[in-house]
Design a protein around this ligand. Structure first.
Ligand code: ZN
Ligand code: ZN
Length: 140
């Protein structure tokens, strides 16, 4: 379990701290995560409830509602995707793990939205994969 994980955006304007265990860590190849990250897939995880604390950059944060009730929060200066929040579940914070500055022990547990992956993305046979998301809880 990873305690006190620090994260920051590309420009350094947004900084946060959160705690593990990082749950439901998933590699998501959905088209939204691909476009939001500019990468083949995003690796996303839930942080311990109530542990996410923004240290700097609140004024830089912008939101995009990519699906109804699902807000992608990013740095308005450098574009780094920071986390996703859900209007129906205000306590849930799903970070984009690429922004973490501290090492963590958790590993991706699943792959989701492989139906939307790029042709070059290799599916990891050692963990479960799903054509789309998993029904609940939120997976993107
Ligand atoms: Zn930034
Ligand atoms: Zn996704």
């Amino acid at each position: 379990m990873s305690d006190r994980l620090r994260g920051s955006c590309l420009c350094g304007g947004v900084r946060y701290v959160c705690s593990g265990p990082l749950r439901q860590m998933a590699r998501c190849s959905c088209i939204q995560c691909r476009k939001a990250s500019g990468a083949e897939f995003a690796t996303n995880a839930m942080v311990a409830q109530g542990s996410f604390q923004l240290l700097a950059g609140r004024d830089l944060l912008r939101e995009f509602e990519s699906s109804p009730g699902q807000m992608r929060v990013f740095c308005g200066r450098c574009g780094s995707p920071v986390y996703k929040r859900y209007s129906g579940d205000p306590e849930a914070i799903r970070i984009r793990t690429g922004l973490l500055d501290d090492a963590f022990d958790e590993r991706p547990q699943l792959q989701v939205f492989v139906s939307e992956k790029l042709a070059i993305t290799r599916v990891d046979d050692s963990i479960p994969s799903f054509e789309r998301g998993v029904p609940a809880p939120p997976e993107r």
